[in-house]
Every structure is written in structure tokens, then in C-alpha cells.
Design a protein around this ligand. Structure first.
Ligand SMILES: Cc1cc2nc3c(=O)[nH]c(=O)nc-3n(C[C@H](O)[C@H](O)[C@H](O)COP(=O)(O)OP(=O)(O)OC[C@H]3O[C@@H](n4cnc5c(N)ncnc54)[C@H](O)[C@@H]3O)c2cc1C
Length: 389
């Protein structure tokens, strides 16, 4: 056996290099400034789109790069490692792009995929509801047929990027789903549809991407707003949720790489005890070494999950996507914490831009699926323990 299975193909290595070059041109300072001033990362997003980075996973016939989730996640990891974690990549090309690619009609693919791929259309994704939370089986947003139209009623919360999006892929349940089992149906809802309103959620996390509560008040949609089959079942949803978890893990790993690099740089140059840099002390060096090990573990996990997804093994991909998301969330938290600590007082200054990352990294433990829900899943599915939730 050679070690080649642990080496990325040449094309992906080159893709990473190109992404790194472009994202570094903007860098952390740009993102932090936009976040502080209430701006967006539109310029960077559009340049990513023009260079084909946002659509690497979309089929070539629909304007994409014809690659897979392994490529898209590599793009996001590199962007994040350069200080620009593009949160909406998790949503628009990964969740929405994957679901439409796999479940959409030819017409829907032609209509939405090319613009998702070039970044000119941003599609948000809404599943979370206030009263359901982690238990998505409890969502109540309902879609009812009325002639050849659909009528959607309900509310969603914590939906990212709605102010930048032209549409939102909404997870509703069809009216006849009264068995208590989730029978999700997915609808593309334009953000300017009548009866669709949004309310900004003030967050302590300072980021260009904002979160919203959505209200759907008898929103009328054409029959072809439904993506996939009304009776298609959960797999249609997981065609998007597995990519979401893989991308969440890649984003977290990129963020951890960024934080670790800043910490190592500082630990090598900051000297307060004669000629010795602070990195010579094990109290500083060991937490950073531990983060490095955890980071390599997490990266291997998302790469494995993405490879399984790209190979069409959705079931096993789901297990590894969950584990990767867990490991990514943990290492991002540990890395940002260690980076802040290595910087001493400077770690909490605006100038060094690390303190805000503590909150951003924390997101990886909560969304899109919390650490505890992953542990529940692994205990039950991987270990065969009784269901606890
Ligand atoms: C910044 C941000 C962006 C987001 N973007 C989107 C988006 O674009 N689209 C979207 O649909 N959603 C989005 N979300 C929502 C996100 O997916 C949810 O916050 C997440 O799924 C957790 O749900 P909750 O917040 O309701 O927590 P809750 O479900 O209320 O959970 C609270 C706590 O209880 C724990 N808990 C709950 N049940 C169990 C159990 N059975 N066993 C053990 N512990 C349990 C959880 O782990 C958590 O720690 C976003 C959230 C944030 C914070």
C-alpha cells in the first residue's frame, strides 16, 4: 500500500493554492473591518465566483467546475485559513447547490445552478424553527396545495444571509404529514415574495453575515418552487445536510489553521525573558502542539466524509460528516482559545483580531447540529447504543 490515499490530487492542491492567493489579498483585516462597519464581503464573494471557486462542486453542464464536495470544502478551508471564512459557502453552493443538483428538475438546474456557481445568486437555507430547535422533526412550517400553487405558512429562526440572498430554500412539511414523522419538502422562496418578512437577530458575534427570523404568512409559490419529490423522504434533505456538515468542518479547520499560525508566529517572536521567545516554554508550546494534532485529525475526518459523499455512499458519509463536524468545532475552539492566550493581553485587542474569533469558533459547536446531537447520533448509529433523544 502506498500513502497516496492521503495525498490530494494535483488539481486540488493547485486549487488550494489559487484560493489561498486570492483570499490572502483580502485577508482577515478586510473581513474584520467589514464586520465592524456593518459591511459585507461581497467583493470577495464575487471574485471567488468569477474565478469558479464557488461552483467547483456544480456539474460542468450547469456552469460549475464538475468536481465534488472534496473540492468545495478545500476551497472553504483555504479561504478560512487565510482569515476569510465565507459562511455563505456552506449554504448556497454546498446545501442548496447539492440539493438542486441531486433532486431538482432539468429546468430548476438550468435556472438556479449557473448563478449559484458564479455567485450572482445567493440562496439561503432555512430549516431551524424556534420551537423545534435541534429536534427538526418538530418543525411546523406547512406547505399546502392550492390549485397549481403552493401556500407556505410558518416561521424560521437563525437563518443566515437572508439580507444578501435572492431566495431561501425553505424546509417545510406537507400538510398530509400527520404521522409524527418528518416528511420534509423543500421550496425555493424568493426573498421579495409577498407574505415573506424577516427580522434581524442582534448577535454578539461580529460578522458580515447576519442572522434572521423569517415569517411566512401565506406565501404563494408556483408549483415548480418545490425541489424534489413531495414524497421523496429524508434523503433529499440529507443530500444537503451532509455537505453542510462537511463544509462546517472545513470552515472550522481553516479557522483553526489561521489561529494556530498567528499563535506560532507570535510565540516565536515575542520575548519577555531575556533572549528566549515565549514559545520556548512548554506552557505555551504544548497547547499549540495539541491543537496541531487535533487539527490533522479533524482534516482527515472531513476529507474522508467528503470522499464518501462524492463516491455516493450517503449513509457512511453521514456518519463521518457528523464526526468531522464535531472534531472541527472542537479544534476551532481550542485553537482560537490557545491563540488568544498565547498573545496575552494582545489576544483581546481589536488590532490582533483574535477575540472575535472566539465567538465565531464557538458557532462550530452549536450549528448546524450541536455537539450533543452528534454525540447522540454516534452513540446510537455508530455504537448501537439505545436512542437517547
Ligand atoms: C450564527 C448561526 C447561524 C445559523 N444559521 C442557520 C441557517 O442558515 N439555517 C438554519 O436553518 N439554521 C441556522 N442556525 C441554527 C442552528 O442550526 C441551531 O442553532 C442549532 O441547530 C441548535 O438549535 P437551537 O439553537 O435551537 O438549540 P437547542 O435545540 O435549543 O439546544 C440547546 C442546547 O441543548 C442541547 N440539546 C438539545 N437537545 C439535546 C439532546 N437530546 N441531548 C443532549 N443535548 C441536547 C443542545 O446541544 C444545545 O447545547 C444558525 C445558528 C447560528 C447560531
Amino acid at each position: 500500500m502506498t500513502a497516496t490515499m492521503f495525498t490530494e490530487p494535483e488539481e486540488r492542491v493547485a486549487l488550494r493554492e489559487s484560493v489561498k492567493r486570492l483570499a490572502s489579498k483580502y485577508g482577515r483585516a478586510y473581513v474584520e473591518q467589514q464586520a465592524r462597519e456593518g459591511g459585507k464581503v461581497t467583493e470577495l464573494w464575487q471574485e471567488f465566483g468569477r474565478n469558479g471557486f464557488l461552483g467547483v462542486n456544480i456539474p460542468e453542464e450547469f456552469g460549475g467546475g464538475g468536481g465534488g464536495m472534496s473540492d468545495l470544502a478545500a476551497v472553504l478551508e483555504e479561504a478560512s485559513a487565510a482569515g476569510a471564512p465565507l459562511l455563505m459557502m456552506v449554504v448556497s453552493p454546498a446545501i442548496c447547490g447539492s440539493i438542486i443538483t441531486r433532486c431538482g428538475t432539468e429546468e430548476q438546474k438550468k435556472r438556479w445552478l449557473p448563478t449559484i456557481a458564479d455567485g450572482s445568486l445567493l440562496m439561503a437555507f432555512g430549516i431551524t424553527e424556534a420551537d423545534a430547535g435541534s429536534n427538526s422533526h418538530q418543525i411546523t412550517t406547512t406547505a399546502t396545495r392550492d390549485g397549481d400553487q403552493w401556500v407556505l405558512t410558518g416561521q424560521k429562526t437563525f437563518i443566515s444571509g437572508v439580507d444578501e440572498a435572492q431566495s431561501v430554500l425553505i424546509v417545510a412539511r406537507t400538510e398530509d404529514a400527520k404521522t409524527g414523522k418528518l416528511k420534509p419538502a423543500l421550496f425555493v422562496v424568493p426573498t421579495d415574495a409577498e407574505g415573506f418578512t424577516r427580522q434581524l437577530i442582534p448577535m454578539s458575534w461580529q460578522a458580515p453575515e447576519k442572522q434572521f427570523t423569517l415569517f411566512l404568512d401565506d406565501v404563494r409559490l408556483p408549483h415548480d418552487a418545490l425541489v424534489g419529490d413531495e414524497d421523496g423522504g429524508l434523503w433529499q434533505l440529507f443530500a444537503g445536510l451532509n455537505p453542510e456538515r462537511i463544509m462546517g468542518a472545513a470552515l472550522s479547520c481553516g479557522m483553526a489553521r489561521y489561529a494556530l499560525e498567528r499563535a506560532v508566529e507570535y510565540a516565536k517572536t515575542r520575548s519577555v525573558w531575556k533572549d528566549q521567545p515565549i514559545g520556548a516554554h512548554q506552557g505555551i508550546a504544548h497547547p499549540l502542539a495539541k491543537v496541531k494534532i487535533e487539527l490533522e485529525q479533524a482534516r482527515l475526518l472531513w476529507q474522508k466524509a467528503a470522499a464518501l459523499y462524492d463516491a455516493g455512499d450517503d449513509f457512511t458519509a453521514g456518519e463521518y460528516a457528523n464526526m468531522a463536524k464535531y472534531a472541527g468545532g472542537e479544534v476551532a475552539c481550542n485553537a482560537t482559545d490557545a491563540a488568544v492566550h498565547t498573545h496575552g493581553g494582545n489576544g483581546l485587542t481589536v488590532e490582533y483580531g483574535l477575540a472575535n474569533m472566539l465567538v465565531a469558533a464557538r458557532l462550530g459547536r452549536i450549528a448546524p447540529v450541536s455537539r450533543e446531537m452528534i454525540l447522540n447520533f454516534v452513540a446510537m448509529h455508530s455504537l448501537g447504543l439505545p436512542k437517547s433523544y
